[in-house]
Write a protein that binds this ligand. Structure first.
Ligand code: GLY
Length: 260
């Protein structure tokens, strides 16, 4: 059974969003357009059953719209605050801790030397895949795995440091159901996914891998017709979302909310 979400924490991009981190060369984001795309994303979350909790924009942290990286939530069970792997993002966790405190009285955290961005965490039912990346190290993964074990959730590691073109594990692979993934070809055959049904993102549409299941639909980036067709053929209803400005800053659909 895949979790149903009733809440989503979001944070609109700040005026200096373009000063955030990026590894891609897609141009400078238009902040006004990013705000419009963010508003449309929030409206879609609300349409699909989520109460949207919007934190104020934070210009001290230009990447802070990517709230997903700051916490890992097991809906109805617990939450843990992460330790983001980029120094410029470390301070993002404070506002998220405050926002989650009324829902989760106990909020443990990943501590140094551990580093972990929750964009590297792909939850698929009672298995969670943790990417080892430029942002998430082995100690961060070990701490998260120990916390997950308290809830009977098993962790499997996926080293993505040699997989070109993806910042986080979930830039390349997401769960559509408890036993079904959507993955870029470069990761689809990974041993950690051997017992999963893996749908492969068509060539040249790798960005569309970062879709996100929100209750009865899959949010998927607009402009990737082959991936849309693949998902529809597999029986999913889609909610296409314009993401051009977030893609310029290495961000995907899942990064924009914390869902629980
Ligand atoms: N711009 C998103 C990140 O680098 O974390």
């Amino acid at each position: 059974m895949f979790s149903r979400f009733t809440q989503a924490i979001v944070r609109p991009p700040a005026r200096n969003f373009a000063n955030g981190l990026t590894t891609v060369d897609l141009g400078v984001p238009n902040v006004a357009l990013a705000l419009a795309q963010h508003a449309a994303y929030c409206a879609a979350l609300a349409r699909h059953g989520c109460t949207v909790i919007a934190l104020p924009a934070d210009s001290a942290h230009p990447d802070s719209t990517f709230v997903e990286d700051t916490a890992l939530i097991l809906p109805g069970r617990g939450a843990i605050i992460t330790h983001p792997g980029a120094a410029s993002r470390a301070g993002e966790v404070h506002a998220i801790r405050d926002a989650l405190a009324s829902f989760f009285p106990e909020l443990p955290e990943i501590t140094t030397p551990g580093a972990l961005d929750a964009g590297d965490v792909c939850e698929a039912g009672d298995v969670v895949f943790i990417g080892i990346s430029e942002r998430t190290n082995a100690d961060g993964a070990r701490q998260l795995a120990a916390w997950l074990a308290r809830y009977g959730v098993a962790a499997r590691l996926v080293d993505i440091r040699r997989t070109p073109g993806i910042l986080h594990l979930k830039s390349g692979v997401v769960a559509l159901d408890a036993n079904r993934l959507l993955s870029i070809k470069a990761l689809a055959g990974h041993a950690a996914f051997a017992d999963m049904d893996v749908l492969r993102v068509p060539a040249d549409e790798e960005y569309a891998a970062n879709s996100v299941r929100v209750n009865d639909v899959i949010f998927v980036a607009e402009g990737y017709p082959l991936t849309h067709a693949l998902l529809r053929q597999a029986g999913y209803a889609l909610e296409p979302v314009a993401m051009s400005e977030f893609a310029k800053m290495d961000g995907g659909l899942s990064c924009l909310s914390l869902r629980f």
